[in-house]
Design a protein around this ligand. Structure first.
Ligand SMILES: Cc1cc2nc3c(=O)[nH]c(=O)nc-3n(C[C@H](O)[C@H](O)[C@H](O)COP(=O)(O)OP(=O)(O)OC[C@H]3O[C@@H](n4cnc5c(N)ncnc54)[C@H](O)[C@@H]3O)c2cc1C
Length: 396
């Protein structure tokens, strides 16, 4: 398929990234599937290589030492990084740090840039984002019990969060808390930076997800804030503007996930094809001779091509018109791409039979971890309803 989105400056970077992934990152996968901690240490050394090659900051603007690529250009790189679960982490373009970086870059104060953003962009620290609470439906996030009360020059924060991804080992959390209870629902909450060594911040546990509690970056924590005191300078933007900031954070955040899912789909299809060609049912007769598997390959190819075009077209619209004007396209890809990705991963796993169920390939990892794609950053149903309402409005 002709790549209509490939810019001249992107071409050589794309080649370099492909080569780096093939030679330096993909070989670590077998190790990673059994030992995350050890692999994370090896990845630190890879980051030095990435810096030396001038490939640091694929997602960052120039003033943060990055390449200043458009979202549409980064999307094409992101797809290549996603061919391994380690790609984004190696290049420090992983969620939730990527979203927090963008948020602080656009809305943080000079103090917040110096104290939190710069070390984050340099890859010296990690961060997390604490919005969802176990007691309330995350799909209607205006219902929050976490409070931040201004006492003198400090906010005192109390609350209970869960699914605070990557909190284990993070240096700070961006927490969503009610600061203005008297306001209208969408103007009650604010985002505040809480360093994780603040007294009163605690990780209750890493939640076991599909049988794995994980650790470090690869984990999702239940977190408590008990009389956590932080300087009022840690408030991002204005008090009561938390939901407006969340929209800015989640718009590009959703597209980052979609770009990653296209890459996962592409790798899963590649694995499906290679295995189908090599696995013999009888001498000289492979799985690839079976029509049902040929159809899976063809359907997957068509679906991935469609998903990629939709994602890059959405990225281009965000580049040209901003995330708020691209709301409908973002909603469409947020439920469309996971469906395709999960279908391709499922088919690839099926073709691998018992091997697919084992942790000897990356497929079972994706099967477990990427199921959540239909839930976080807005469940499928929420995005479908939002898009349908907009379409229906056009007929009224
Ligand atoms: C792996 C993972 C990582 C996450 N990381 C983070 C993080 O880093 N920080 C953070 O703050 N949160 C995070 N979350 C939380 C996530 O954002 C919430 O799970 C999500 O918003 C859904 O909220 P809920 O779980 O409370 O489900 P609910 O809101 O209770 O919804 C349950 C189900 O109801 C259905 N539903 C909801 N609304 C509607 C509707 N309007 N119409 C029809 N059906 C509907 C959907 O199928 C939905 O899945 C993460 C979640 C997961 C699973």
């Amino acid at each position: 398929m002709t790549n209509l989105f490939l810019t001249p400056r992107l071409k050589p970077i794309l080649e370099q990234i492909r080569q780096f992934m093939k030679e330096e990152v993909l070989p670590l996968e077998a190790n990673f599937l059994h030992d995350w901690k050890g692999t994370a240490q090896i990845l630190e050394a890879k980051r030095d290589k990435i810096r030396a090659l001038g490939l640091w900051g694929l997602h960052l603007p120039k003033d943060l030492g990055g390449m200043g690529l458009t979202l549409c250009e980064f999307g094409q790189l992101s797809e290549v990084l996603a061919e391994s679960p380690l790609g984004h982490y190696a290049f420090h373009a992983q969620a939730p740090d990527i979203g927090n970086t963008e948020l602080l870059h656009h809305f943080g104060s000079d103090y917040q840039h110096k104290t939190f953003l710069h070390p984050l962009a340099e890859g010296k620290i990690r961060s997390c984002f604490a919005m969802t609470e176990p007691e309330f439906a995350g799909s209607n996030p205006v219902n929050l019990a976490t409070t931040a009360v201004l006492e003198g020059d400090e906010y005192v924060i109390n609350g209970h969060k869960w699914y605070t991804s990557s909190a284990d080992g993070a240096s700070f959390a961006i927490v969503m808390a009610v600061t203005n209870p008297e306001n209208a629902p969408h103007q009650r909450a604010s985002m505040i930076v809480v360093p994780t060594d603040t007294k009163g911040f605690s990780i209750v546990r890493n939640i076991s997800v599909m049988g794995e509690a994980g650790e470090g970056w690869l984990s999702h924590a239940e977190v408590r804030f008990e009389n956590c005191r932080v300087p009022k300078e840690n408030l991002i933007g204005e008090a009561g503007k938390g939901f407006a900031l969340a929209q800015h954070r989640l718009g590009p955040g959703r597209i980052h996930h979609c770009m990653r899912w296209v890459g996962i789909s592409e790798r899963a299809l590649d694995m499906m094809i290679r295995y189908a060609l090599k696995r013999e049912l009888n001498k000289g007769e492979t799985l690839a001779n079976q029509q049902v598997i040929q159809h899976w390959i063809a359907e997957s190819r068509a679906n991935i091509n469609a998903a990629r075009l939709m994602v890059l077209d959405t990225a281009r619209k965000i580049d040209e018109q901003g995330a708020p004007a691209t709301r409908n396209e973002i909603s469409a890809i947020k439920f469309f791409v996971p469906k395709i990705m999960l279908d391709v991963v499922d088919k690839a796993l099926q073709v691998h039979g018992g091997l697919g169920m084992s942790d000897d390939t990356v497929l079972a990892f994706w099967y477990r971890h990427e199921r959540a794609s239909r839930i976080y950053d807005g469940a499928d149903e929420v995005h479908k309803t939002a898009l349908a309402k907009h379409i229906l409005k056009g007929y009224m």
